[in-house]
Design a protein around this ligand. Structure first.
Ligand code: DWN
Ligand code: SAH
Length: 405
C-alpha cells in the first residue's frame, strides 16, 4: 500500500489510469520512440484527507529548459492575474518597501503587474525557457526549485516577504513539508501566502479527470489545506472559489493567530463535509464516471469517422495527454491538434502521437467537428472562433459529459 506524502499513513488508490507519458513532452519524430512513462494512480488518504498521485516522475523530467506551457497564451488568464496582483497589493498595502515572492512565476504573467506598480518582487521558476521570458519583462527570477533551502538563501539576500504567491504550482510539488517550512521561514510576521490550484470539489462534481496528470501531484480542498497549514504553525484564513482552469480555489494562509479567519473557511469546510470529500465513498464512483465519458466520446468519434466527417482538436493541453492516452485516441480518430504555442507545434502529442499544428492552419483545414481539449478556456476560445464555427461546424466537449455544441 502507498504511503501518504503528507502524513505517511497507508491509503488505497481509487482510480488507475495505467501507464502515462509526461503530459507536456510533445515529441519530435526521433523522440517519439523513446518516451518515458509512469504508472498513474490516484488515491485518497483517510487520515489527512489528501488526494494524491501514488507515483511521480522526477521533477527534472517535467520542468526543464524546454517546458512547453507558457502562461500568457490566454488573454483571460492575463487579466485574471492582473486582478489577482492588484487584490494582493490592496490587502497588504504594498508599496516600494514591500517584497513579493512568486513560486512558479512561469513567463511573468502575475509578477509583471508588480513591476509596473514598482513593488519589489522576485520570481522562482526552475523551467529556464519560460523564466527567460519573465526576465525580458524586467522581473528578477531565480531559476531553481523552491524548497526550504532556497527560502533560507532568499532571506539571506533579500528581506522577509509581505506576500508569497503561487498559482497552479503548489499542487505540482510532492515535498510539501519542505515547501511549508520554507514558507514559514520566508513569511513576514503579518505576511500572507496566497495560492490557487484546481479544486478537488470541482474535479469530483464535474468528473474533470483530465486535471490529473504527472504534474498534478495533489488535488487540494479547504479541509486538506487547513490541516497541512496547521502542521506548520500556519493557519488557513480565507478561501475564494475561482472559475479558472475549470474551477479552482484560492487559499490565503497566515502565521497562526495573527489574522482574522474569514467565515468563508468555515462555510467551505461545511460544504466539503456535505459533499463528503472527507469520506472515501466520495471517490468510489469516480473511476466509473470517467469510463462513462470514455465510452461516450469514443463511440461519438467512431460514428463521426464512419460518416466521413473531418474531426480535429483545439488546444494541446497537458490535460489532453490524460484524455488521449487513457481513452486510446489516436490520429485515426482525431487528425491533429491546433495550438498557438510555438514549442508544441510540428511535434507529436505524448503517447498517442497526434500531430500538433500551428493555430494559423486551423481555419483553412475546414473541419466538421472540433474537440475542445482546452475546455477550461471555452468562453475565450468559442468567442474568438464564433464567426468561423457558425457554418455547420460543431464543438465537442466532454466535461462533465460528452456534448456537441
Ligand atoms: O497547472 C498547469 C496549468 C496552469 O497550465 C500546468 N501544469 C500546465 C498547464 O496546463 P494545461 O496545458 O492543461 O493548460 P491550459 O491553459 O488549459 O492550456 C491551453 C493550451 O491551449 C495551451 O497550449 C495554449 C492553447 N491555446 C490556444 O491554442 N488558443 C489556448 C488559448 C486560450 C487559445 O486561444
Ligand atoms: N503560475 C503559472 C504557471 C503554472 S505551470 C500559471 O498559473 O499559469 C507550473 C509551473 O511551476 C511551471 O512553470 C514549473 O516550472 C513551476 N514549478 C514546478 N515546481 C516548482 C518548484 N518546486 N518551485 C518553483 N516553481 C516550480
Amino acid at each position: 500500500m502507498p504511503k501518504c506524502l503528507i502524513c505517511e499513513k497507508n491509503y488505497q488508490p481509487f482510480v488507475n489510469f495505467g501507464e502515462m507519458p509526461i503530459a507536456n513532452a510533445f515529441a519530435t519524430k526521433e523522440e517519439m520512440n523513446n518516451e518515458y512513462t509512469f504508472s498513474m494512480k490516484v488515491g485518497y488518504c483517510e487520515s489527512c484527507n489528501m488526494v494524491q498521485l501514488v507515483e511521480q516522475p522526477d521533477r527534472e523530467q517535467m520542468f526543464h529548459d524546454n517546458y512547453a506551457f507558457f502562461s500568457s497564451t490566454s488573454n483571460y488568464m492575463q487579466n485574471h492575474f492582473k486582478v489577482f496582483a492588484h487584490s494582493v497589493s490592496k490587502l497588504q498595502n504594498l508599496d516600494k518597501k514591500s517584497f513579493v515572492v512568486e513560486i512558479g512565476c512561469n513567463d511573468g504573467i502575475m509578477l509583471q503587474n508588480f513591476v509596473t506598480d514598482k513593488i519589489p518582487c522576485l520570481g522562482i521558476e526552475p523551467s529556464k525557457n519560460v523564466a527567460e521570458v519573465a526576465r525580458e519583462k524586467g522581473i528578477e527570477v531565480i531559476t531553481e526549485f523552491f524548497d526550504q533551502n532556497l527560502a533560507e538563501s532568499i532571506i539571506a539576500k533579500h528581506q522577509k516577504a509581505d506576500a508569497i504567491l503561487s498559482a497552479n504550482v503548489m499542487c505540482h510539488i510532492p515535498y510539501m513539508h519542505s515547501i511549508y517550512d520554507g514558507i514559514k521561514a520566508l513569511l513576514a510576521d503579518d505576511g500572507v501566502f496566497i495560492f490557487e490550484d484546481p479544486y478537488l470539489g470541482d474535479v469530483i462534481e464535474k468528473t474533470s479527470f483530465d486535471q490529473i496528470y504527472d504534474e498534478h501531484v495533489f488535488l487540494f480542498s479547504a479541509i486538506s489545506i487547513s490541516h497541512l497549514a496547521n502542521m506548520h504553525d500556519l493557519e488557513l484564513i480565507n478561501v475564494e472559489h475561482q472559475i479558472t482552469h475549470g474551477g479552482s480555489m484560492r487559499y490565503t494562509i497566515a502565521n497562526k493567530g495573527v489574522k482574522k479567519v474569514s467565515e468563508n473557511v468555515i462555510n467551505r469546510i461545511k460544504k466539503e463535509r456535505k459533499l463528503g470529500l472527507h469520506n472515501s465513498e466520495a471517490y468510489s464512483s469516480f473511476a466509473n464516471d470517467v469510463d462513462q465519458i470514455r465510452d461516450d466520446l469514443i463511440k461519438l468519434l467512431i460514428t463521426l469517422k464512419n460518416e466521413g466527417k473531418k474531426v480535429v482538436a483545439y488546444g494541446a493541453t497537458s490535460k489532453s495527454t490524460t484524455v488521449t492516452n487513457y481513452f486510446g485516441i489516436t490520429p485515426s480518430l482525431i487528425e491533429c491538434i491546433y495550438d498557438t504555442t510555438p514549442i508544441k507545434q510540428n511535434k507529436y502529442s505524448p503517447g498517442m502521437h497526434i500531430p500538433v499544428l500551428p493555430y494559423e492552419q486551423f481555419h483553412e483545414s475546414n473541419p466538421d467537428y472540433v474537440l475542445l481539449f482546452a475546455w477550461n478556456h471555452a468562453v475565450e476560445i468559442m468567442n474568438k472562433e464564433k464567426d468561423f464555427m457558425s457554418n455547420d461546424k460543431h464543438w465537442i466537449t466532454y466535461i462533465p459529459k460528452v456534448e456537441i455544441n
